[in-house]
Design a protein. Structure first.
Length: 197
C-alpha cells in the first residue's frame, strides 16, 4: 500500500491475471484468488484488504504488505495477529507472482516478515501452514528454522486436504537474524495495531 492508503499502482494486476495461483492450488477456502470472474476476483480481494484495515482491534489485526520487486507490485506478505498483546504470536500468509517463483524470493519475503514480527513487534512465536503437497512453502518454512507443529485439515476448492503446520520461536530465530534488514514506521504501526495511545 502507498502512504496515502491507496493500493500500490498495479497491485491488482497479478491478482486479475491469476498470477497468485499455482499448481497444486496453495490456498484454503474461502479464497478470493480462486474466483473465475476476473473483475469479481479483484473486487473481492480488495474488499478483504479494506475489511481487514477497517476492522483492526487489539485482539485481531492483519497487516497486508505489498511485495515490490524493481518497483513493481509482485505479491503480498501478510502478518496476522490474534490476541497478539496477550500471547505474542503471529501467523504469516503470502503469495508471489507465478513468474517470479523458484528464485528464493518467497524465502526473502518470509524472512522479512519474521524480522518485523520478532525484531519490530517483539513477537514470541510465528507460525505458518501449507498443504502437504505445496512443496515450495514447506521448504521455505524448513529453511528458516521452523519446526513441524502437527497437521490440520482444510478445504481446497471444496475438497478436504491436510495441511502441515509450522512454528518458529524468537529464541530459534535470533541466532539466524539478518543484519541487512531495515525497518521504518514500526512503532507507529505497532501502536495502531494494538490500539495503544
Amino acid at each position: 500500500m502507498r502512504r496515502d492508503g491507496r493500493p500500490a499502482r498495479g497491485a491488482g494486476v497479478g491478482v486479475r491475471a491469476g498470477l497468485a495461483d499455482a499448481n497444486p492450488p496453495p490456498f484454503d477456502d474461502p479464497m478470493s484468488l480462486y474466483e473465475p470472474d476476473l473483475d469479481l476476483r479483484v473486487q473481492t480481494w480488495l474488499q478483504g484488504i479494506w475489511r481487514g484495515r477497517g476492522g483492526v482491534t487489539s485482539d485481531f489485526w492483519r497487516l497486508d504488505l505489498v511485495v515490490l520487486i524493481d518497483g513493481r507490485p509482485s505479491g503480498m506478505q501478510d502478518i496476522i495477529g490474534t490476541s497478539f498483546d496477550a500471547y505474542g504470536t503471529a501467523v504469516t500468509f503470502s503469495w508471489l507472482s507465478a513468474e517470479l517463483r523458484g528464485r528464493g524470493l518467497g524465502r526473502e519475503m518470509r524472512d522479512a516478515a519474521l524480522h518485523l514480527c520478532f525484531e519490530g513487534f517483539e513477537a514470541a512465536e510465528a507460525s505458518s501452514g501449507a498443504f502437504l503437497d505445496y512443496v515450495g512453502s514447506n521448504r521455505v518454512s524448513q529453511a528458516l528454522g521452523y519446526e513441524r507443529n502437527g497437521t490440520t485439515w482444510a478445504t481446497r476448492r471444496g475438497h478436504p486436504e491436510q495441511m502441515q503446520r509450522w512454528r518458529v520461536t524468537r529464541e530459534t530465530w535470533l541466532p539466524a537474524r539478518r543484519s541487512d534488514v531495515t525497518m521504518s514506521g514500526v512503532d507507529a504501526c505497532g501502536q495502531a495495531l494494538s490500539q495503544r495511545p
